[in-house]
Design a protein around this ligand. Structure first.
Ligand SMILES: Nc1ncnc2c1ncn2[C@@H]1O[C@H](COP(=O)(O)OP(=O)(O)O[C@H]2O[C@H](CO)[C@@H](O)[C@H](O)[C@H]2O)[C@@H](O)[C@H]1O
Length: 236
């Protein structure tokens, strides 16, 4: 089971041949520890409420809102994705194999880090005072290397993710790019190690076929369904 999931993590990797400047993720140590009392990224809160006279509670955490962009290269009819190591996905996949939080480093032979590699739409958190479309434009540039103006970024829909735990808002956008818009290899900024992956429409369609197993977030798959329903060429 775990082996086949690791294969899923490796799927769509472009292997050795990455565009100049892009680095392939190689994780060599993983360990888990309880969340510190103060986290820059997650703020845990308990909500207490009375519903139909019954007192209830819900433990939640606040995270940043975010944007995601369905990116379509019309020069080559390819959908553009990003592939990266996601610690949360890795943790979610392996933690049920342990009775309690392991104190030692995780055995990466038994639990390869590739389990936590995901294929996602280009996305980013809303952590600056800019319009959502401008943040989307920046993510397309930083993660995927396409330089487009904000007016080419089309708003698709807004929705809430993690409704049981965070309820954070995500705004989805759509953008068509051409090879002429590609100005660098992408790959993210600062510590990010993001691989740009291009899929043909046939390959991308397999991700949303009945029975598909993905490491991708629902927002990416929903973006694909939206694309095939609204934007894909008639012959796709
Ligand atoms: N919990 C955490 N702990 C430590 N460092 C953290 C962190 N969260 C973010 N970071 C840091 O912030 C950086 C920037 O994150 P991004 O803005 O690229 O959002 P990301 O793509 O991770 O998730 C975006 O895309 C995914 C997929 O759509 C959405 O789920 C998500 O809400 C959205 O922000 C990360 O590379 C990391 O260094």
């Amino acid at each position: 089971m775990l082996k086949s999931l690791a294969a899923l993590g490796l799927r769509y990797s472009s292997n050795a041949k990455l565009p100049h400047g892009q680095q392939l993720s190689n994780v060599t140590k993983i360990c888990f520890s309880p969340l510190p009392e103060v986290s820059k990224w997650l703020v845990p809160v308990q909500v207490q409420y009375i519903e139909n006279g019954k007192t209830k509670m819900c433990d939640i955490f606040k995270v940043h809102d975010s944007v995601s962009i369905v990116l379509y290269n019309i020069s080559r009819q390819k959908l553009i994705f990003v592939r990266q190591f996601r610690p949360a996905v890795y943790y979610g996949l392996i933690i049920n194999n342990f009775r309690e939080l392991p104190k030692e480093d995780i055995d990466l032979i038994q639990y390869p880090y590739e389990l936590g590699m995901t294929l996602e739409s280009c996305a980013g958190m809303v952590d600056k005072d800019k319009s959502l479309a401008e943040i989307a434009r920046e993510e397309v540039f930083e993660e995927c290397g396409y330089d487009v103006s904000v007016d080419r970024i089309e708003e698709v829909m807004n929705y809430r993710s993690g409704v049981g735990s965070s309820g954070a808002k995500q705004a989805m956008y759509y953008c068509e790019v051409t090879d002429a818009d590609k100005v660098n290899s992408g790959g993210g900024v600062e510590d990010e190690l993001i691989e740009v992956v291009e899929l043909s429409l046939d390959e991308a369609k397999k991700m949303v076929q009945q029975g598909a197993i993905n490491n991708s977030p629902p927002s990416c798959l929903m973006g694909l369904l939206w694309f095939f329903a609204n934007k894909a060429p008639a012959n796709a």
